[in-house]
Design a binder for this molecule. Structure first.
Ligand SMILES: [Zn+2]
Ligand SMILES: [Zn+2]
Length: 210
């Protein structure tokens, strides 16, 4: 959670004055008595009224209360603000906020009518068979998914007619092409495919550039 606090505050510092003001408004709307800190009652009431049901519990409050002084200060509330804005998930099995790697159900992800289904590592390790589609399940971790989506977007841009040279790779982009385009950007994805991390997901959405 300390890493999350640092990310949240770095995002706050780097954002426009308008967004920073929204952050202060967010804090003020939670701070009913205006004493500059958020107690448990204020936090739980706000989360419930705002419809953030999974956040309205003491376990999450205590996760946020990094210095364990019994209330939330501005930095700690900015973590909540960041979590809401960035869509960081809660585990759909244990309902706890996921502080590190998480897994997403591939079948639910591909179904536009379904909500994403997330598991924390503990739940994935012990209970992934609880969530089944046709007696099976397939999950992808957030790092692999991000890598896949990044490459998909790059692939889409490259396949456009008259794509500018810049998106075909720059010297420091990590997608530079000393080899033909067919063999470079998808190597990682193919490696993942080979170890079966998300074979089904990949096979249905392969880019024609391959
Ligand atoms: Zn869990
Ligand atoms: Zn699912």
């Amino acid at each position: 959670m300390e890493e999350l606090r640092r990310i949240a505050m770095a995002s706050y510092q780097a954002s426009s004055s308008r967004l920073r003001n929204l952050g202060h408004d967010f804090f003020a709307s939670m701070d009913h008595d205006g004493n500059g800190k958020i107690d448990q009652r204020e936090f739980l009431e706000f989360m419930k009224e705002a419809g953030h049901v999974k956040m309205s519990n003491m376990f999450f409050f205590n996760q946020l209360d990094l210095n364990e002084d019994g209330h939330l200060d501005f930095d700690e509330v900015m973590m909540v603000y960041y979590i809401i804005q960035s869509g960081r998930p809660f585990c759909d099995r244990c309902n706890r906020f996921v502080t590190s790697t998480y897994l997403t159900c591939v079948t639910c992800l591909e179904d536009p009518t379904a909500c994403p289904y997330y598991l924390c590592l503990d739940c994935y390790a012990h209970a992934r068979l609880d969530h089944l589609h046709d007696n099976s399940s397939q999950f992808v971790d957030n790092y692999s998914l991000l890598e896949y989506l990044t490459k998909s977007k790059l692939c889409e841009l490259r396949s456009r007619p008259n794509a500018p040279l810049a998106i075909q790779g720059s010297p420091n982009s990590g997608y530079n092409q000393p080899h033909p385009v067919q063999t470079r950007p998808w190597k990682t994805a193919l490696d993942l495919l080979n170890i079966g991390v998300y074979a089904g997901f990949m096979s249905t959405t392969f880019c024609t550039i391959l």
